[in-house]
Design a protein around this ligand. Sequence first.
Ligand code: DQA
Length: 149
Amino acid sequence: MVKTILVINGPNLNMLGKREAEHYGCLTLSDIEKMIRVEAENAGLNVVLMQSNHEGEIIDRLHGCMNICDGIIINAGAYTHTSYAIRDAIELVALPTVEVHLSNVYARETFRHKSVIAPVCLGQISGLRAYGYVAALGALKAYFEKGEL
Ligand code: DQA
């Protein structure tokens, strides 16, 4: 049975390509989504891609993926540092979840060093730009195959 991964990109990530290239690189969200689709197909995974600037919409999509998806990749943007509501939704959905950041959040302002969602995720990838999503797909594939990492 082909596994399905919900890939969530949060606020301001629709503006990639126009945001600070020194942190986020030059690719647009559409470029990154194409890369994710190609890598997922090569890995034999199905992906559902979404972006939203709205916390409630992200939470609704997390709820909606229960019993439909097998794993989650999330770049929650600035909600990473503040949203207990997104954290609680990830916890309740209880699917293996990988947190991704394009930039190295630990090399930036201290408010970015804290992730409130990290404790309910399998792990976090930060600073690998778009390759972070590819690494997250690989980690979830390994997790599905072995039941652990
Ligand atoms: C980000 C890092 C966050 O601190 C920031 O608010 C973002 C993008 C990243 O991908 O590096 O919007 O999640």
